[in-house]
Design a binder for this molecule. Sequence first.
Ligand code: PMT
Length: 218
Amino acid sequence: NKRALLKGKRLLISAGPTQEKIDPVRYLTNHSSGKMGYQLAAVAQELGADVTLISGPVHLEAPVGVTKIDVTTAEDMYEAVTSRYHEADIVIKTAAVSDYTPKVTYDQKMKKQKQPLVLEMVRTKDILKTLGEKKTHQYLVGFAAETEDVLTYGKGKLQHKQLDMIVINDVSKPNQGFHADTNAVTIVTKKGQEQTLPLQSKRRVAEEILRVISEEVD
Ligand code: PMT
């Protein structure tokens, strides 16, 4: 029964961008709209899973029946995801998490100055890598947003972050990756599956990703 493919499975899905605050009026972010992650959440819920969606700031409605938790910064997302990790069977990290955050957040709006502005940034925690290191029973899925040598870099993340699956997308091409309603991805699994999907709706991509996951988890 296709409808019950993920029945009884607890899924934790992250989606959207993070916002890293510079001062009360400015922040650093990226182009993620949340569409890919929200489609995964919607399809997983329809397949019978118990879905928790950890979402950065986006303009989308949570799919019906999905528990949504809103976060803003990479640090918030780290807390929200890692604190729920033990109770998840499958984790999919679609979110575009900032790799850097300003070293100092100013309490007041920064004033213009004559000199060029130099902003010092520090690294954020790599959530997915932490999950890979702490893995017990979970099936762990990462996304890789690449602009060159996409398969090489993507497969590197599968190994380096100790994942069960990586979904690789080339974000330099039009109509795929950030913001678009369509995507083209290559799915690579630790067990050795490799599948390149043509450009199609993010809903169809989500269905395919979840089908491969359901085959690999018992
Ligand atoms: O939201 P949309 O507009 O629909 O766009 C979809 C998407 C392009 C955002 C999505 O398909 C995608 O590729 N998501 C991953 C974006 C990303 O941050 O890729 P990355 O290659 O930089 O990171 C690799 C993985 O590590 C990701 O699973 C990411 O969630 C995770 N990561 C990254 C940095 C960090 N500090 N912690 C993390 O967990």
